[in-house]
Design a protein around this ligand. Structure first.
Ligand code: SF4
Length: 207
């Protein structure tokens, strides 16, 4: 089997074209994030940390969790957090459950900047507006399945999505508008309700 990046080898090979298309999209994400971060004198990972801190609770703001969340080494996390502290954008606080563990909090300046940075991917969402909802739901389900499969294969560490959650009951209500079910919330889930970053998520298997 040839490389998915060899144009001749892509001919008639939908899998190869999908991988190449996803790789192209990943470059778009990298470019958008890099430009947004650079505008504020930050590295891409510093910008991602700020946005993560804006939208996640104390537990996911622990310094030790960031390495796992972003699949980075502790040294890389430590460098980025140190830079954000020096810029006055984050501060460290003791974790309430264990004073030896540090958790991060955005300073007022960090919160304002994180709010601005949080729109860095909006240009992609705008491009989705004209696509029919059913088409997007098929793509969403496919992407969630792909990400879940990559997590199970150990390529990525964290994916807090319904499809990787122990409470997820796929096709529990066949034929309905909301065919899936969350056993924790005890609620049916339509495809549009499936979560990609759920605070209540618990892995279906140890990861
Ligand atoms: S707990 Fe969250 S991730 Fe798990 S099935 Fe329910 S809604 Fe989905």
């Amino acid at each position: 089997m040839g490389s998915v990046f060899e144009p001749a080898g892509q001919h008639g090979d939908v899998d190869a074209k999908l991988v190449a298309a996803l790789e192209r999209l990943s470059r778009v994400f990298q470019l958008l994030l890099r430009d947004a971060a650079r505008e504020h004198g930050l590295s891409p990972i510093q910008a991602q940390f700020l946005v993560h801190l804006l939208f996640h609770d104390l537990e996911l703001r622990r310094v030790g969790r960031l390495a796992r969340e972003f699949d980075l080494t502790r040294a890389t996390v430590s460098d980025a957090v140190g830079a954000l502290e020096r810029k006055g954008l984050v501060s460290r606080e003791p974790w309430p459950g264990d004073g030896r563990v540090a958790t991060l909090r955005l300073t007022p300046a960090g919160k304002a900047l994180a709010g601005e940075l949080s729109t860095w991917a909006e240009v992609i969402r705008e491009r989705l507006e004209g696509t029919p909802a059913e088409e997007k739901e098929v793509v969403l389900r496919f992407l969630m399945g792909l990400i879940g499969s990559l997590q199970r294969a150990g390529v990525i560490s964290v994916a807090r999505m319904c499809v990787t959650c122990r409470f997820f009951r796929p096709d529990a209500h066949p034929g309905g508008d909301a065919p899936h079910h969350c056993a924790l919330l005890d609620a049916p889930l339509a495809v549009a309700d499936l979560r990609t970053d759920c605070p209540e998520h618990e892995p279906a298997t140890a990861s």
